[in-house]
Design a protein. Structure first.
Lengths: 600, 365
């Protein structure tokens, strides 16, 4: 049999936490790819952050050798993918590197919103699905119901499902046999042009950019001159190899294989996900389908707390970007915060990850401003501009209209929570477009909601309303014109730019009040009264006062211990250095965090 | 020339739960060893520094706990110095209920001419809460006994803003203190010092601070004592004119002073240090002929200036306007906001400014 006939490329798709990574662990063990001794839990989640949060952020490919019951040895390429919506595009590229997918469904949770979304994606790519009902060891596992859901919600025959427990190691061999029997081998192209799909990349300090590829036709070899068909960049391959899951150098990557290549590519931004690599001397006539430039959807300002650390922050962001091409940043400055960066993210999780990595891996003390989406502003003279920062907002008198990005959200909830969820959607200025019963117990709501409304706590609210049984997935939808206004926060009549935000008019007052109350909690009393106000244009819509210091006087200085008293005062003053002084008011760092965390 | 001497006696009959000084219990033997060490420290110091003592202050702790005999021994040692330069003010901190005829006579003989009496409160409940050893009824007789022995210059220490203390109880305490006809009253708001049981109780929520009530007490204190002719020459200190504590004024005006005993501080020229705040270590080092000084600190001109503002603003006499040369704008703001005022070239705090003296001082440190 040809190499291609003995190869299977597949990925694992599931709703968050249904057990993708744990199942991969079992497959690695069953195929002796990783010895039991070396096995760690969540083996493929190699980043600290991934392990700690129990989520997969980057795609993790691995090549396994499996000796089937028939005695034939197959090469199985597995790609573990991130499950979170922020990374939906990456997931779709990982899917297109495969011919089939294991669809994992948690036996206790059943089919959830991302299960549905992922199945749709997989179907679009024409992947063969193998349903796996996982976690059957759980006492509340309900296999029959899940089978019924597979049929009702996803039109997948329930008897195709393999029953498994990734934790207890049940059903693993059956899954491996099914991969061979049910997933087709890589297709054979009628020509011999080289075509390889980039589905991820990472920056390695020693080796430079490591590009993750799936070869569809032709061959990649050390020395091959290559052309990236999207960016038109040319390189010579320095090394190719496969993941075991450690990268291991090989002779070549033949058609149908999954592995990596190293060329003298400088940053991951040069090899975009979805890019097609071909032989520069004999380029393929057409690139592989599906390439698109991903653009950040959420923006936030990131500033060093210590203004002298600006350069360090810049270096840290640069290093992060080497590995995370979706992250964008440009310098910006704020009256309140000094010099920093406007950063663009795929979504909120992506934003949190970047901030956490800055803090943890680069030991940066940072302040992040309230996240903003990108607004489309039409001026009265017809000019259109896109803004991602409230400070760029033109004067209202020259604005014809403001449009905001929307998402189409798919929310799957138990019947008994429909009312509350609809209420939540309305509160978030959303519209329910469609309601569909999935089975006797659950419905799927399809809603249009402004992206800015789901930025902070939407998913958490769904989870708490449904006691964990609800789930959500979303895709981006066209912009919609809304009545947006810029709200400023004034501290003793001075606007603090870092607290400004763009909100829908009807929500401004509530939000203004909320921020004012939060600021009141964290701003220490001064010698004078401090007014905290929320304002739209010149109109004050909310106000809180921080009372002045009532009494602050040490009773006694004893025994000539003058230094002690002076040092106490010096300490008070030292604390103030870590604050931002706006006008004559000292605003502590927590204020910026409190405002960021506050949602109404 | 050093004109001011402080002596720290670290013994107390019982340690009060709000106290953050270096104090501990100590019987007759411990006291004897301590006095011996202190005498050695004194002998060394007088060889090291030129002295002409205007004020002597025995604090602690409870220096009145020392037996008449030990006190006389110590005072004799220091008396050598006083022979040709008798100090104007020699203060002894005294706890009510530690005074006997014998001790009072010994103090008088040694030259003590000012008594600072740690009365703290005239309310039995409050004294108990403060963990004090005496009862309200002990205070007036103690004063009487002291007067019999010729002590006419008496200060009474009082504390307010105590947990659960109401304004009227505080007024009664002030009135009872005035009935003892002191020349001087120190009225301190309770400070919750870290590492004290009081602080922990506050943290646990067993005690609450009540700012409006503290402010009311603070203001009422000024009224009551002022009406009795005791002028607030410093935020917490009130005296009949001419009876201000010269020793404390010296600290606040930035004079040099020498401190003896464990935890005592000294400032001499550009140097400041603190003696090791541990009696055993203090005695050991004295025995081994080693230095007992720690936390040495260089006090440059800028620091001295800061300190003069910090302490000067707390006094009625204020600080010369020239001292604020580096920060005239801030000073003007304080004046226009009503926290400070200027009189004959001197800057001092207004009553409103006194209440926030630390916040004001923090601007200039
Ligand atoms: N009881 C039981 N628990 C399981 C089983 N498989 C996975 N889990 C647990 O389910 C949780 C989620 O498993 P993961 O493998 O991290 O899930 P994932 O799908 O990779 O999650 P994301 O990468 O965040 O999408 C972990 O706590 C696992 O230990 C199983 O078969 N039985
Ligand atoms: S008597 Fe004075 S020095 Fe002694 S423990 Fe009580 S407060 Fe402290
Ligand atoms: Mg995972």
């Amino acid at each position: 049999m040809s190499d291609q006939a003995l190869t299977r490329n597949f990925c694992i798709i599931a709703h968050v936490d249904h057990g993708k990574t744990t199942l991969s662990d079992r497959l690695l063990q069953a195929t002796h790819t990783v010895s039991d001794r070396k096995m760690t839990e969540q083996h493929l989640d190699s980043m600290d952050l991934e392990r700690e949060r129990g989520i997969t952020i980057k795609a993790h490919p691995v090549t396994m050798e499996y000796k089937a019951k028939s005695g034939t040895v197959y090469r199985l390429n597995l790609i573990d993918t991130p499950g979170h919506v922020d990374f939906a595009y990456e997931v779709s590229r990982s899917l297109s590197a495969c011919e089939g997918a294991l669809l994992i469904v948690d036996a206790a949770q059943g089919v959830e919103a991302q299960t549905v979304a992922n199945v749709h994606l997989a179907n679009k790519q024409g992947l063969k699905l193998i349903p796996v009902i996982n976690k059957i060891d759980l006492p509340n596992a309900d296999v029959e119901t899940v089978k019924k859901q597979l049929e009702d919600v996803l039109a997948i025959p329930g008897d195709e499902a393999i029953l498994a427990s990734a934790k207890a190691g049940i059903g693993i061999e059956e899954i491996l046999e099914a991969i061979i029997a049910r997933i087709p081998p890589p297709p054979v192209f009628p020509d011999d042009y080289t075509r390889a799909l980039v589905f991820d990349s990472l920056f390695d300090t020693y080796r430079g950019v490591v590009t993750y590829v799936r070869t569809f036709s032709g061959e990649l070899k050390t020395g091959t001159p290559i052309l990236l068909m999207g960016s038109n960049l040319r390189y010579d391959i320095k090394e190719v190899g496969i993941f075991t899951p450690k990268p291991i150098r090989t002779e070549s990557l033949k058609a149908g294989q999954v592995g990596y290549l190293i060329a003298n590519i400088k940053t991951t931004a040069d090899v975009k996900i979805g890019e097609t690599i071909t032989n520069a001397q004999k380029p393929a006539p057409e690139p592989l389908p599906g390439f698109k430039n991903i653009t950040p959807m959420v923006f936030s300002g990131i500033y060093p707390i210590d203004t002298s650390e600006f350069e360090q922050l810049k270096v840290a962001l640069g290093k992060l970007q080497l590995n995370d091409a979706a992250l964008t940043y440009t310098t910006e400055s704020s009256v309140a915060l000094g010099f920093g960066f406007r950063c663009g993210f795929l979504g909120l999780l992506h934003m949190e990850i970047v901030q956490e990595r800055l803090r943890r891996e680069y030991q940066m003390d940072i302040i992040a401003t309230y996240p903003s989406v990108v607004y489309e502003i039409t001026r009265t003279n017809g000019e259109v501009l896109m803004i991602d920062n409230p400070t760029q907002m033109p004067d209202p008198s020259v604005i014809e209209s403001i449009a905001e990005p929307m998402v189409r959200a798919f929310i799957m909830v138990p019947n008994s929570n429909i009312g509350d969820i609809m209420q939540l959607v309305m509160e978030k200025r959303g519209i329910c477009e469609h309601t569909e019963s999935l089975d006797a117990k659950r419905v799927m709501l399809r809603c249009e909601i402004p992206l800015n409304e789901i930025l902070v706590d939407f998913n958490d609210r769904i989870k708490s309303i449904t006691r964990g049984y609800g789930s959500m997935d979303y895709e981006y939808a066209p912009y919609r014109i809304s009545d947006m206004v810029k709200m400023d926060m004034l501290v003793n009549a001075e606007p603090v730019d870092a607290f400004s935000c763009i909100v829908e008019r009807s929500k401004a007052e509530g939000r203004g009040r909320h921020i004012a109350a939060k600021l009141k909690e964290v701003i220490q009393p001064h010698l004078f009264k401090i007014a905290i106000q929320a304002a739209i244009g010149g109109k004050i819509i909310a106000r809180e006062d921080v009372k002045s210091v009532g009494k602050n006087v040490t009773a006694k200085c004893y025994g000539g211990d003058i230094s002690r008293k002076r040092k106490l005062l010096e300490k008070q003053k030292e604390g103030k250095k870590r604050m931002k002084s706006i006008g004559s008011v000292d605003i502590p760092q927590e204020a910026f965090i409190a405002v960021l965390k506050s949602e109404t | 020339m050093i004109r001011h001497l402080y002596v720290h006696v670290p013994f107390c009959a019982k340690v009060c739960p709000y106290c953050a000084f270096h104090v501990h219990l100590g019987g007759a033997a411990a006291q004897r060893d301590f006095v011996a060490a202190l005498r050695t420290e004194w002998q060394r110091a007088r060889e090291e520094f030129p002295l002409a003592l205007d004020t002597i202050y025995f604090g602690g702790g409870t220096p009145s706990i020392l037996s008449a005999e030990l006190f006389a021994e110590l005072a004799c040692e220091i008396a050598v110095e006083r022979a040709n330069h008798p100090p104007q003010e020699f203060t002894l901190e005294v706890n009510p209920a530690t005074v006997t005829e014998e001790k009072a006579a010994a103090w008088r003989a040694a030259g003590v001419n000012r008594i600072s009496l740690g009365a703290q409160s005239f309310d039995a409940g409050m004294l108990q809460l403060l963990g004090r050893q005496h009862e309200p009824a002990d205070i007036a007789p103690t004063c009487a006994l002291l007067r019999q022995h010729g002590f006419t210059n008496i200060n009474i220490d009082l504390m307010f803003a105590l947990p659960g203390q109401c304004e009227s109880a505080w007024e009664e305490t002030v009135q009872s203190a005035l009935a003892c006809r002191p020349n001087h009253v120190s009225a301190y708001a309770l400070t919750y010092e870290e590492d004290t049981p009081f602080f922990q109780r506050l943290q646990r929520g067993e005690y609450q601070q009540d700012e409006p009530r503290e402010i009311a007490m603070f203001e009422r204190t000024r009224e009551l004592l002022g009406a009795a002719g005791l002028i607030d020459y410093e935020i917490s200190n009130f005296a009949r004119p001419g009876f201000e504590s010269q020793h404390n004024l010296a600290y606040w005006r930035g004079a040099d002073y020498l401190g003896l005993g464990p935890s005592a501080c000294s400032t001499i020229g550009a140097l400041r240090w603190k003696n090791v705040p541990n009696t055993a270590a203090y005695q050991e080092r004295i025995a081994r002929n080693e230095s007992v000084r720690e936390e040495r600190e260089e006090i440059d001109a800028a620091t001295r200036a800061k300190e003069r503002i910090m302490f000067g603003l707390r006094m009625r006499e204020g600080v010369a306007r020239e001292e604020f040369l580096t920060d005239p704008a801030r000073l003007e703001k304080l004046k226009s906001d009503g926290f400070a005022l200027e009189e004959a070239g001197q800057i001092r705090l207004t009553p409103r400014g006194q209440l926030v003296a630390d916040s004001v001082a923090a601007i200039f440190v």
